[in-house]
Design a protein around this ligand. Structure first.
Ligand code: SAM
Length: 292
């Protein structure tokens, strides 16, 4: 019932996108459009990436010594930057030597369109200028993006990105990757001991339900995935932490949002046998390292 009421709140276009993502045969269907992206409260606001970074670094600082990420002259990589280049424009504005990403849904033509330049990038540039100072004018910004940003239309695990990389980021991406092992292998290959990394992982169901775990723990993960498609891999925070550790990446997993209080579902034994409450009810976590 909560899922039905959620569907009823969507526009036909949003419903189509949701259905498309759940049906493997349609997954390579029509890509994002400029209209969809620019009218989206999430995707249309580039400065969201600066806000995310400021907040996430503040949270990390509560748990370990952490200097703000410095992009000046750095080689920066983001896993799954999304349709408008994710942290790329911010990193380039702040002086990154290069920004590379692997994004299976990347549409280079859309990103270089006049609409994206004159709406998304222009506002993003104005907001970056207000936040970080007048580092470059708009024309220089657009030219720097063209010269220093390279986005591979591929899964990160297969992308032609080579290390060593100075800064690695991802935003709500690792929970969507199948299998995550290959991605962490690739991270190991491009990271050195001095590489700084910050990944935000969202362990919720990715629906606007009352509780972010509604519907998720009532069956084992393979049944959930069989019913709803390969949208989220259902690894929990301890699994991600162990995976990084198993590949020799010294990462700290920091729970940054607990969502137990309002969960009312019946938890299937599969979950209870494997996870404590922290593992089950951490909705957001940061995977970061090394301490500064
Ligand atoms: C929830 S979206 C987040 C996008 C962007 N980071 C943001 O915050 O707007 C997850 C992204 O992960 C990407 N993705 C899924 N599997 C991937 C893989 N193997 N390698 C790189 N990106 C992947 C998807 O295409 C999608 O754009």
């Amino acid at each position: 019932m909560p899922r039905l009421s959620y569907l009823l709140t969507l526009t036909p276009l949003e419903t189509w996108r949701l259905v498309r993502r759940r049906l493997p045969l349609l997954r390579n269907g029509p890509a994002w459009t400029a209209d969809e992206l620019l009218s989206s409260g999430k995707h249309g606001r580039g400065i969201r990436f600066a806000e995310l970074l400021l907040r996430q670094e503040a949270v990390v600082r509560c748990h370990m010594p952490w200097e703000p990420l410095n992009f000046e002259g750095r080689r920066v990589v983001e896993i799954g930057c999304g349709p408008l280049g994710g942290f790329g424009p911010l990193a380039i504005f702040c002086g990154a030597a290069t920004f590379q990403s692997a994004e299976p849904e990347w549409d280079a033509e859309l990103f270089s369109s006049v609409r994206v330049r004159d709406t998304y990038l222009r506002t993003f540039h104005a907001d970056l200028t207000a936040l970080y100072g007048p580092r470059m004018d708009f024309d220089a910004f657009v030219a720097a993006l063209a010269e220093r940003m390279a986005i591979h239309r591929a899964g990160f695990e297969r992308a032609a990105i080579e290390g060593p990389i100075d800064v690695v980021l991802s935003q709500s991406c690792l929970e969507h990757v199948f299998p995550l092992e290959a991605t962490v292998d690739k991270l190991k290959a491009i990271q050195g001991p001095a590489t700084r990394f910050l990944h935000l992982v969202d362990f919720g169901n990715h629906y606007p339900t009352g509780n972010p775990f509604d519907g998720l723990y009532e069956q084992p993960p393979e049944d959930y995935i069989a019913g709803r498609g390969k949208a989220i891999n259902l690894l929990r925070m301890p699994d991600v932490a162990k995976l990084f550790e198993s590949r020799g990446i010294a990462a700290r997993a920091i729970a940054s949002r607990d969502a137990k209080a309002t969960y009312r579902g019946a938890i299937h034994p599969w979950w209870r046998e494997r996870y404590d409450d922290t593992g089950l009810f951490t909705q957001l976590a940061l995977v970061a390292g090394p301490p500064s």
